[in-house]
Design a binder for this molecule. Structure first.
Ligand code: MRU
Length: 357
């Protein structure tokens, strides 16, 4: 097995450069990049899920603030910082649930404002924004590897591991979060088979997780979402590992719709359920699950999936993109700073304060 050679996105050039995104809506059929040269084009790519997965969204948006900041023509330092702040607010409106988006947007806008307040000119404000975006990118790669290192010992040697959605290399700019743990466990010599929920309605599990795992040589089996409870009852699954889009201070975790059902079935059959995520996915301002904003998506994703008429036109549709798994169903949160255990209100407060997990 090898670590995944997947390039989710790249920035080419200096402050006048271009953001290239692997268009994930075309996978597994076609590998094609979309070039974004302004914030509008990135907003559109985010909305369509051409770039998706909380950490990858954060990295893309970091660069997106640079795209927005430079687009308004010649200005002074303060004008450039204001353009960065406007771009950040605009990009934040693309998707509400993954906190990495707002976290990265605000971080780059803050760097722009900081450079302006030091009296720099507009060019230095753009330079400061780009170096902050690059730092977010570097940190994402590093935190995926750290998550892998911390989580690998939790993966049983032999048997199956169940995952939901795609929390892999495609959802990050490194080796992934949930799948990062599996890549690291495999590198450490453990042998296991991954069961990937297909993840209705947009099939991130079938299209993306199965694609990247099969490229890396880890055995993978796809199942429809409604088959997970019986698979968990069968005794073939040693643990479940999923990613996260936002983790509240008490450990309640928003992730792709369907995750909550997997956690309930895992608890019923006494299978450990783990969440893997970087610190940037923990939202210190969010007390609990009910406070997490949940994105609602277009009805056509359910009634006409991939262009196929699957339900009568005009029927009501319930299509939340995420659900919240309550903290008491989560056996551990595998973060880049270590493995957090319940009670999460305490372990999360500890790592947020910079102390060891
Ligand atoms: O709608 P998506 O595809 O952006 O949702 C992605 C997920 O829910 C992932 O599981 C989550 O972002 C974790 S990614 C490391």
């Amino acid at each position: 097995m090898s670590l995944p050679a997947v390039e989710t996105l790249r920035w080419e050039g200096g402050v006048d450069g271009t953001l290239h995104l692997l268009d994930q809506t075309l996978l597994p059929g076609e590998v094609r990049f979309r070039a974004c040269r302004d914030a509008n084009s990135l907003w559109d790519a985010l909305k369509r899920l051409q770039v998706r997965g909380a950490p990858a969204i954060g990295v893309a948006v970091g660069y997106g603030v640079v795209l927005g900041a430079r687009s308004e023509g010649p200005r002074d330092a303060s004008g450039a910082a204001s353009a960065a702040e406007r771009a950040a607010a605009y990009l934040e409106s693309a998707r509400p649930t993954a906190v990495n988006l707002a976290w990265a947007a605000r971080r780059v806008a803050r760097a722009a404002r900081g450079a302006a307040s030091r009296g720099s000119d507009a060019a230095s404000v753009l330079d400061a924004s780009l170096s902050e975006a690059r730092a977010i990118h570097r940190e994402d790669v590093e935190s995926c590897s750290a998550i892998g290192r911390h989580g690998a010992p939790l993966i049983p040697d032999g048997g199956g591991v169940l995952t939901h959605c795609n929390a892999g290399a495609l959802a990050t700019t490194g080796i992934g979060t949930a799948l990062g743990v599996l890549y690291a466990a495999s590198e450490a010599g453990k042998r296991f088979e991954v069961f990937a929920d297909e993840t209705r309605p947009l099939l991130q599990g079938a299209r993306l997780t199965a694609w990247e795992l099969s490229r890396s040589g880890i055995p993978v089996t796809v199942l429809c979402d409604n088959m997970a409870p019986s698979l968990l009852r069968s005794g073939r699954i040693g643990c479940c590992v999923v990613g996260a889009d936002r983790i509240a201070r008490n450990g309640d975790t928003a992730n792709k719709i369907g995750t909550y059902g997997v956690a309930l079935a895992a608890r019923a059959h006494r299978v450990p359920f783990y969440v893997a995520a970087p610190m940037s996915t923990i939202d210190p301002s969010c007390p609990d699950g009910p406070s997490i904003p949940i994105e609602s998506r277009a009805p056509e994703e359910v009634t006409r999936p991939f262009g196929v008429e699957a339900a009568p036109r005009g029927v009501g549709v319930y299509n939340p993109a995420f659900d919240v798994t309550p903290h008491d169903l989560i056996d551990a949160i595998i973060a880049d700073r270590g493995v957090l255990r319940p009670p999460y209100a305490e372990s999360i407060a500890r790592v947020l304060a910079g102390r060891p997990a």
